[in-house]
Design a protein around this ligand. Structure first.
Ligand code: FAD
Length: 288
C-alpha cells in the first residue's frame, strides 16, 4: 500500500525502521527482527540504505520480504555515491519487487570531498525527479527540524525543502530530535512556506549513550538538559539507559499525539523489543 494512502486513514500511525546487515551472513538476524516487528502490526517498516558497499544491495531484498509478509515497506535510496545508471537499476529492481514506497535521499557527501562526481546526483530533488519518471511510486524525503548541517541558515534549508517537495514528494520523515518544541516550530515554519505534505516525526529511543552523543555532534542535534542528565546518570549502565531511553521516547510520542500529530516513525534499529515496549506504553493512547 502507498504510505500517502495509509496516512490519510483515521487514527494514529506507527512505523518502525530496520537497517540491512553489513554482510550476507547477517541477513538472517535482520529478517528475524523484521518478523518480530511485524507481529506488532506497524503501519509500515522502513529499510535504510548504506551509501555504496555491501548493505545497499540488501535493502531491496529486505523491503521485499516485509511486503511479502503483508506489511507495507519503505525502501530508502541514497544517490550521491552512485552513478545515475546504478541508481536507475535499483529503482527498477524495487519496481520489480512490487515495492511502492521509496524514501529518496541524497546521502552524506563522501569523505573524499569530490562532489558531485560527473554523471552523479547533487541533491535529493534530482533523484526524486528521476524516480517519478520510472514508476508509480509513493515518494518520501528527509527533513531536518533543526536544519541540515550543510546549510547554515534554517530559512535556506526550508527553501530547499520546498523546492524538493515540489519535485514530487508525497510525505516527509524527520531527522531525530529530542525536544518536541523544535518540531512544532519547524511545522509552523514549513506550513507558512506552503509545504503541505504530511510530516512523520522520527523518534529515536536512545539505548547507547556514547554512540548517540557522537551522532548528535555530527548531525547538530540539540540535546536538552533533561536528556543530557539521563545520558550522564545512566549512560554507563546499558539496562538502565535502555529503560530511560524508552521512557523518554514514549514521553515524546505521547506529547506529539496529545498535540494533534497522528503519525510517528520509531527508529527501532533492528531491536524489536524496543518497538514492543513503546507500543505497550501507548497501547490505550493510540486508540483515542
Ligand atoms: P538534500 O535534500 O539534497 O539536502 C542536502 C543539503 O543540500 C541540505 O543542506 C539542503 O539544504 C541543501 N540543498 C538542497 N538543494 C539545494 C540547492 N538547490 N542548492 C543549495 N543547497 C541545496 N543516509 C543514508 O546514507 N542512508 C539512509 O537510509 C538514510 N536515511 C535517512 C532517513 C531520514 C529520515 C533522514 C532525516 C536522513 C537519512 N539519511 C540517510 C541521511 C541523509 O542521507 C543525509 O542527511 C544527507 O546529508 C542529506 O540527504 P537529503 O536527502 O536530506 O539531501
Amino acid at each position: 500500500m502507498k504510505i500517502k494512502d495509509i496516512l490519510e486513514k483515521k487514527g494514529a500511525h506507527i512505523s518502525f525502521e530496520v537497517f540491512p546487515p553489513k554482510t550476507e551472513s547477517g541477513k538472517e538476524s535482520v529478517l528475524q527482527a523484521v518478523k518480530e516487528l511485524i507481529t506488532l502490526q506497524p503501519d509500515f517498516i522502513s529499510v535504510t540504505y548504506g551509501a555504496g558497499g555491501g548493505t545497499s544491495s540488501q535493502t531491496a531484498g529486505i523491503a521485499a520480504a516485509i511486503s511479502k509478509a503483508g506489511v507495507t515497506s519503505l525502501a530508502h535510496l541514497t544517490c550521491v555515491s552512485s552513478t545515475r545508471e546504478q541508481v536507475h537499476q535499483v529503482i527498477d529492481r524495487l519496481k520489480e519487487e512490487g515495492i511502492e514506497n521509496i524514501l529518496a535521499l541524497r546521502g552524506d557527501i563522501p569523505d573524499s570531498g569530490q562532489f558531485p562526481l560527473p554523471n552523479h546526483y547533487r541533491y535529493a530533488s534530482e533523484l526524486i525527479e528521476d524516480i517519478r519518471t520510472r514508476g508509480d511510486f509513493c515518494i518520501g524525503a528527509a527533513c531536518y527540524p533543526e536544519g541540515h548541517v550543510e546549510t547554515p541558515h534554517k530559512k535556506d534549508d526550508i527553501r530547499h525543502l520546498k523546492e524538493k517537495v515540489d519535485c514530487g514528494v508525497d510525505f516527509l520523515t524527520t531527522q531525530m530530535f529530542f525536544d518536541n518544541h523544535i518540531l512544532y516550530n519547524f511545522l509552523y515554519r514549513i506550513r507558512e512556506k506552503g509545504i503541505t505534505v504530511p510530516v512523520i516525526p522520527g523518534i529515536m529511543p536512545v539505548t547507547n549513550a556514547k554512540q548517540m552523543q557522537r551522532i548528535c555532534q555530527l548531525s547538530g542535534t540539540v540535546l536538552p538538559a533533561r536528556f543530557l542528565a539521563i545520558l550522564d546518570r545512566f549512560g554507563e549502565n546499558s539496562a538502565a539507559m535502555e529503560q530511560a531511553g524508552i521512557a523518554y521516547a514514549t514521553d515524546q510520542i505521547i506529547d506529539l499525539l496529545a498535540n494533534g500529530i497522528r503519525q510517528v516513525h520509531i527508529y527501532t534499529m533492528n531491536k524489536p523489543e524496543i518497538g514492543r515496549k513503546i507500543l505497550e506504553n501507548i497501547s490505550q493512547i493510540i486508540r483515542v
